[in-house]
Design a protein around this ligand. Sequence first.
Ligand code: AMP
Ligand code: MG
Length: 340
Amino acid sequence: MLLDASRAQDVAEAASLLRAGQIVALPTETVYGLAGNALDPGVVGAIYAAKGRPSDNPLIVHVASADDLPSVVREVPEAARTLADAFWPGPLTLVLPRRDVVPDRVTAGLDTVAVRVPAHAAFRAVLDAAGVPLAAPSANRAGSPSPTTAQHVLHDLDGRIPAVLDGGPCAVGVESTVIDLTTTPPRLLRPGGVGLEQLRAVLGAVDVDPAVAGDLAPGRAPGSPGMKYRHYAPAAPVVVVEGTTAQAAAWVRAQEVAGVAVLCFDEEAAAFDGLDVVTYGSTTDPASLARGLFDALRTLDRPEVTRIFARCPESDDGLFRAVRNRLLKAAAFRTVRPGP
Ligand code: AMP
Ligand code: MG
């Protein structure tokens, strides 16, 4: 069932499905989430089953406001209050010591729980009406790019879930920033809508988990279990081609181009003229890249595409870091740097 987030009665229907123990895909400002009552282990099990998500990859719990934190976490450190004041509601997830009411299935057995207060008006209305915290991982089949439209959700999950609340394209387009507040200093586990510089401006020192850049020592577990999975990826292998536009275009044209598709910035389309080109936003506007990336990766999921060469921002400022992280993950961290 496709529900319309701009209709109050459809929002109420989504909330009543959730109260009845169903799972429903909802728009958030980051990506669409597959929501269910976070305190009901059976419902949480249904979320994992619909997504095909490995059971060791924990879910984010969404609450209506920072005042609800004590209902799911044991302690609210000063840093959590500071971040909540600065960035909630918004695309920031805090990892904190969990309370026992949060089922093991939500946290994959960890002693911590990830919590966020989302900003999207329809999600907030559903949260209020449902009256329970909502576990909501991205509403895609595990491994495929996160959904940024209701159509993406239907493509992956139609027939597996009872309803999608359509709120149009997501404003941010990549998932929330995840920060672990149980370590000193706090540690960035996943870059997202809130930049590392913004976190450091209010918290001071913040470490970056090595898994963010892909350099995880063999045998070492990432701080965030989800970071170990290949993710966000179309069927064809993706390789990031670094360097200038001219260097990258010359290198790509020197390859066997049958089956090749190119993912590049808007400004670069002409340089790859004649090839199968998909653009995802402007290199001068990181927000446009974040909004366009997952849709572009889904567009590249076509049988005739057997190899994808992707252009990736080299900057780590602000949202660029999240775009770079998602694209490198889609590429399983395979990169080439052509010579001059
Ligand atoms: P998704 O909801 O699909 O955006 O994925 C949620 C992300 O949050 C995954 O990368 C999880 O590994 C991470 N996450 C959820 N709970 C925790 C936790 N307790 N500790 C660390 N990372 C977590
Ligand atoms: Mg996900």
